[in-house]
Write a protein that binds this ligand. Structure first.
Ligand SMILES: *[C@@H]1O[C@H](CO)[C@@H](O)[C@H](O)[C@H]1NC(C)=O
Ligand SMILES: *[C@@H]1O[C@H](CO)[C@@H](O)[C@H](O)[C@H]1NC(C)=O
Ligand SMILES: *[C@@H]1O[C@H](CO)[C@@H](O)[C@H](O)[C@H]1NC(C)=O
Ligand SMILES: *[C@@H]1O[C@H](CO)[C@@H](O)[C@H](O)[C@H]1NC(C)=O
Length: 485
């Protein structure tokens, strides 16, 4: 009876404080360290007797039940808590600090500390500890450079700092298209590394680090998207015409042939990371440009194409890692047109020049008196010098005569789009020498005849040497009719 009473009396006298956080949350599978300190009557300590501390789950019988942790070697602990609950603090030092590793959902509940010093004992029931084991929400962290450079080896680190990993190792598993295998590492280390060489095709792919704890019971993972920077890979030009979009034209291509007056739209797109800025360039002139944007397309409208719109259109795509361009030659086809034709008298006879512009480049032929002057070069009577450059064919004709012949001279420009003929009617009234200084009086009659699939135009120039103005409507002499084809 006395033996049973003593502890009760003593417990009353020892009524002291215990300092521990009243409640805490811990993620399942994790470890937690709970600092704890207590006070008790110093007088009852006399150094020779052992002092034992116990952590009990609420509701456990302190005499017959098992504690979850204790420094008392005579008492066995709860099966479930074995190896996971540790009384780290030394009760002699008034230290009741507790550590729980590899937490389980079933650890959720209230616990209290009990001190036992020989027959004297005290349970700190007022200062209880509530442990709440929650679902694993923590995800591993992946450290990765913001931008991966194409072709430069990179090492990623996956860290899971919340795990204590004392009793059971952490398992890290990596997955992703950028990795040739699925590396795994297992051990006490809270981190794992993986290396690879980023390729173009890895941009935008997922990479996952998964950490598994508690011998496979709980796991958590993090997925990141790889951002691989690369220079412009390819520039594509698309042509839209009449609301139809033609196939993509990669890189350089042959010419796009359009007829004068047609409208087209060119679209340029480039593939790079970071996105490229795009510009349309014709010659040394920038026609349009755009700021970098994801999936950017730069359109260039070319309405009512004229001869001056022909040329090589280049689309230049630039990002900080480099630039690339694609080009498309646009050939605007039009029938021959003549520029500043003239005939004049020179020392040895008649000198005529004719410039014809057309796309494709025109052929040019002279006719004298209804007969073609064959080829380049000179004969006794004729000398023809022709030069071709781009859409131009320029030619000069010399006719060695000592007096104005009563005939016609015509210049004919021809390409698949049509034929244009300019006719000079020579009207001898006075000798050439007498009037060589007179300005030429030109009257131009132009008519357009639509032939079978080609355009035929001809002009008529009256070259005359009289002071009298000439009737404009006078038709050319029959033998001087323009060659009609
Ligand atoms: C209690 O014991 C733990 C484990 O030995 C120690 O880390 C901690 O510092 C102690 N607390 C105090 C207040 O001495
Ligand atoms: C990449 O990960 C994201 C987010 O985790 C997911 O929505 C997406 O479907 C994944 N893509 C692929 C190709 O797996
Ligand atoms: C396109 O043409 C440019 C200049 O003519 C040349 O430097 C480049 O290599 C060509 N690109 C392709 C893909 O053929
Ligand atoms: C042909 O003549 C036109 C017009 O006078 C000129 O612009 C062009 O440069 C000339 N071309 C050649 C090859 O002489």
């Amino acid at each position: 009876m006395l033996l049973l009473l003593l502890p009760l009396l003593w417990e009353g006298s020892l009524c002291q404080r215990l300092e521990v956080q009243p409640s805490l949350s811990v993620l399942v599978g994790m470890c937690v360290y709970i600092p704890c300190a207590f006070d008790f009557n110093e007088v009852s300590l006399n150094g020779s007797k052992p002092l034992y501390g116990y952590w009990f789950r609420e509701g456990t019988n302190v005499l017959r039940g098992r504690p979850v942790a204790t420094n008392d070697p005579r008492r066995s602990v709860e099966e479930q808590a074995r190896g996971r609950f540790h009384l780290l603090g030394d009760p002699r030092m008034k230290n009741c600090s507790l550590r729980i590793t590899d937490t389980q959902f079933s650890d959720t509940g209230s616990y209290y500390f009990r001190l036992d010093y020989g027959y004297d004992a005290y349970s700190y029931l007022k200062d209880r500890l509530y442990v709440n084991v929650t679902d694993l929400i923590q995800k591993p962290d992946i450290s990765i450079p913001e931008v991966l450079e194409l072709g430069s080896p990179v090492t990623l680190k996956c860290t899971f700092p919340w795990a204590c990993g004392e009793n059971r190792p952490l398992t890290f598993s990596w997955m992703g298209a950028a990795l040739s295998s699925k590396p795994q590492s297992s051990g006490p280390s809270p981190s794992s590394e993986v290396s690879f060489i980023p390729g173009r095709k890895h941009h935008g792919t997922n990479l996952t680090c998964q950490v598994t704890l508690s011998g496979g019971h709980f796991s958590s993972k993090r997925t990141i998207q790889l951002n691989v920077s690369y220079a412009v890979q390819n520039v594509t030009i698309t042509v839209a015409q009449d609301n139809r979009t033609s196939d993509l034209i990669p890189g350089n291509s042959s010419a796009l042939v359009v007829k004068e007056g047609q409208s087209i739209q060119l679209l340029c797109a480039a593939n790079s990371n970071p996105p490229a800025s795009l510009s349309w360039i014709l010659g040394n002139q920038t026609l349009a440009s755009s700021q970098p944007s994801e999936n950017g397309v730069l359109p260039l409208d070319l309405p009512h194409l004229g001869p001056a719109d022909g040329g090589t259109y280049a689309c230049l795509a630039q990002n900080p890692l480099g630039s690339k361009q694609a080009s498309l030659r646009v050939s605007v086809q039009y029938p021959p047109r003549m520029l500043s034709p003239s005939c004049s008298w020179v020392q040895e006879g008649l000198s005529c020049t004719c410039s014809v512009q057309a796309e494709p480049a025109p052929s040019l032929r002279w006719w004298v008196g209804g007969r073609p002057v064959e080829g380049n070069g000179s004969s006794d009577t004729f000398q023809v010098i022709s030069k071709r450059s781009g859409p131009w064919t320029n030619s000069s004709l010399r006719v060695k005569v000592d007096r104005v012949p009563d005939t016609t001279v015509s210049c004919e420009g021809k390409n698949p789009q049509g034929t244009h003929t300019l006719l000079f009617q020579l009207l001898p009234v006075l000798s050439a020498q007498e009037h060589s200084s007179w300005p030429l009086m030109l009257t131009l009659l132009r008519g357009a005849l639509m032939g079978a699939g080609f355009l035929l135009t001809y002009g008529l120039t009256w070259l005359h040497y009289t002071r009298k103005p000439l009737g404009r409507e006078q038709p050319p002499a029959p033998q001087a009719a323009p060659p009609s084809r």
